[in-house]
Design a protein around this ligand. Structure first.
Ligand code: SAH
Length: 349
C-alpha cells in the first residue's frame, strides 16, 4: 500500500482540500487497497449527511435538436444520421404525471440547445409543473442561455440547473468544441446560475479525448473552489457519428475514484451514479453508489424517443435505466444496503 497516497486521502478527509499536485499524486499512485479505503471514507461522508438515502430524478429528454456541434456528442448539429424529435408541452406534462405517480419528486428537463424552447414556453411549462406538483423540484439542463433567460426560468419556479463545464482547462475545451463555443461563456453561465440562486450542477467526462491526469487533478481543484451543489461525472463513451468515434472510452475504476474524491472534497454534494457509468459497466451504477454517489436519474422520456437521445453509443434507456422499472431499481439498491426515497432531495446548506 502506498503510504503517501494514504496520508493524502486522510488529509483530504479532514481539510476537504489538496494542492493540484497532491491530487495528481493520488490519481497516479492509488493502489487497490487505497481505492477501497477511499471508497469507504466516501461512503462514511455521504452517510453522515444523507444516511442511506438515494435520491431519484426523473430524466425527461425534451429535445435532441441542438444548434451546437460539440465534437464528442451524438446529438451534435452536424450528425445528419440522427433522427430528430422535440416533445410537445403535453408530452412533457404526461411524463411528469407518470413520474409523479411512480414516486419521482424531481423532474429533470434535459435537451439540446433547441430554441423552440423559448423563455415564454419554458416559463409556462415550469409554472404548470410546479402548480400541479408543488412538492416536486424542477431541474433544467438545457445548455447555455443568457443570464436574463436563467433569471426568468428561476422566477417561473425552476429550482436547479445542470450545466457540466466539461473540462476545467480552457485549451482542452477548445479541442472538444467548435470555435463558436467558449470555455469563458460556459463558466460565465455557471456563475450566473449560482448568483441567481439555483442549486447548480457542474461536471465533466472522465477520459475525454486529450485529457491528462494533470487535467483531472485540476478538475478536482476546480470543484473544490466552485463548490457545486451537484456534480455529474461519467466516463466518456465514443459515438460512431463523431470525430472521436475511435477514441477509447473513459475508465470505470478511475471514474469511481473521482466520485469518491469529489465526495470528500464537497461532502454534501448531490452526486449521481450516471447513465454513462451504468452503460460503461454492468453494475456501474451500484458501484457508483458504493463509491459515494447518492443520486440516480432513471429515464422518464416517452419510450418512443428514448433511442433517439443517443449521446454516445449504446446509451442505456430501458431495463433498470427506465423510470418504469423503479421497483426493480429499489431492490438492487436495497441489496447493496441503500434505500431509494421519495423526496425532493435538495442540496443541504
Ligand atoms: N445541451 C445540454 C445537455 C447536454 S447532454 C448542455 O449543454 O448542458 C448532457 C451531458 O452528456 C453533457 O454535458 C456531456 O458531459 C455528456 N455527454 C455528451 N456526449 C457524451 C459522450 N460521448 N460520452 C459521455 N458523456 C457525454
Amino acid at each position: 500500500m502506498n503510504r503517501n497516497v494514504r496520508s493524502l486521502i486522510d488529509k483530504l478527509k479532514t481539510t476537504h482540500s489538496l494542492s493540484v499536485s497532491e491530487y495528481e499524486e493520488i490519481l497516479l499512485n492509488i493502489d487497490n487497497e487505497n481505492r477501497e479505503y477511499l471508497k469507504r471514507l466516501a461512503r462514511e461522508a455521504r452517510e453522515k449527511h444523507y444516511g442511506k438515502a438515494v435520491f431519484i430524478r426523473g430524466l425527461i429528454e425534451i429535445s435532441n435538436i441542438c444548434k451546437n456541434d460539440c465534437y464528442y456528442c451524438g446529438i451534435r448539429a452536424g450528425n445528419k444520421n440522427c433522427e430528430r424529435y422535440r416533445l410537445s408541452d403535453r408530452e412533457i406534462l404526461e411524463c411528469c404525471e407518470e413520474g409523479y405517480s411512480l414516486g419521482f419528486r424531481t423532474f429533470v428537463m434535459q435537451g439540446g440547445e433547441d430554441f423552440s424552447f423559448t423563455d415564454d414556453r419554458l416559463c409556462s411549462l415550469i409554472k404548470t409543473v410546479k402548480e400541479k406538483y408543488p412538492d416536486a423540484a424542477v431541474t433544467l439542463s438545457l445548455g447555455e442561455r443568457t443570464r436574463e433567460s436563467y433569471k426568468r426560468l428561476k422566477d417561473a419556479g425552476a429550482d436547479r440547473y445542470l450545466l457540466r463545464h466539461e473540462t476545467a482547462d480552457r485549451e482542452h475545451y477548445k479541442k472538444l468544441h467548435p470555435e463558436s463555443l467558449s470555455w469563458d461563456t460556459r463558466m460565465e453561465c455557471l456563475r450566473s446560475l449560482k448568483d441567481l440562486g439555483y442549486q447548480v450542477g457542474c461536471g465533466f467526462m472522465v477520459g475525454s479525448p486529450f485529457q491528462t491526469v494533470e487535467m483531472l487533478a485540476r478538475e478536482l481543484k476546480f470543484i473544490e473552489e466552485f463548490e457545486p451543489h451537484m456534480c455529474g461525472i461519467g466516463p466518456f463513451i465514443p459515438h460512431r457519428e463523431t470525430i472521436f468515434r475511435d477514441c477509447p472510452a473513459g475508465d470505470v475504476s478511475l471514474t469511481l475514484t473521482l466520485l469518491s474524491l469529489i465526495r470528500l472534497i464537497v461532502p454534501k454534494v448531490l452526486l449521481p451514479a450516471t447513465t454513462a457509468l451504468g452503460t460503461a459497466s454492468k453494475g456501474g451504477r451500484e458501484e457508483g453508489i458504493l463509491a459515494g454517489a447518492n443520486v440516480v436519474m432513471p429515464n422518464l422520456s416517452p419510450k418512443s424517443v428514448r433511442k433517439k437521445y443517443m449521446l454516445y453509443d449504446n446509451k442505456m434507456s430501458d431495463g433498470d435505466e427506465s423510470a418504469q422499472a423503479v421497483e426493480s431499481l429499489k431492490n438492487r439498491i436495497r441489496e447493496i444496503g441503500y434505500e431509494i426515497v421519495t423526496a425532493r432531495g435538495d442540496a443541504l446548506k
